[in-house]
Design a binder for this molecule. Sequence first.
Ligand SMILES: [Fe+2]
Ligand SMILES: [Fe+2]
Length: 244
Amino acid sequence: MTTPTTLETTVNEISAGIYRISTAVPPGAIPGGFTFNQFLVVDDEPLLFHTGMRSLFPAVRAAVARVIAPTSLRWVGFSHIEADEAGALNDWLAIAPRAQAVCSQVAAMTSSDMADRPPRALADGEELVLGSGGKRMRWLDAPHLPHNWECGYMFESSTRTLLAGDLFTQPGADLPALTESDVLGPSEAMRLAMPASVAIDVHARAILNKLAATEPRTLALMHGSSYQGDGARLLQAFADALGV
Ligand SMILES: [Fe+2]
Ligand SMILES: [Fe+2]
């Protein structure tokens, strides 16, 4: 997947110290328009969740620079390995001398060769403390939900923010950074229009229950608006919609 490089990239703080970096692709490039979002968690050891595609690296780096010095980035996290989640990983490792990938144990086992420096692998439920600011990232395995064996998410416990990757992907290029409105309806319409975009297997309900147990107040979503509200209820509603 490639994108034009002259797109507008916005930065919005969606939880205390958590910034949504969003690049909108207009309908002319992707039908209906689409957004690619990364999330910057600021503490002594700043973490970027998702890198964007390699073609987006200059725009994402400039957006990060509005909040912190890009060279001070410590962690590069991603839900799973695809161009939009992790394509620019090595670009970040090249400009930030202390930066290291952080990912699931499965991702480290299957794909660490893709990274120019060894990743830090987190077990399901393991926490990564980012510093004196109180940011704590809990890794939650979510194999094949919505896709890829190595898939998982990060929960920042001090703000109750779940970095929920491709879950609740909504189409459109002109969306607010954060919404309290329904995101399940638009994301389900998109899922049903793209058959097999979500792997539906026997583990999906248990994974969604595990995510819901964190009782997130904010869902930081990779495509579309982030959601503020009863995250547990939304995750359970998604399980119901999947019919698992
Ligand atoms: Fe994906
Ligand atoms: Fe994605």
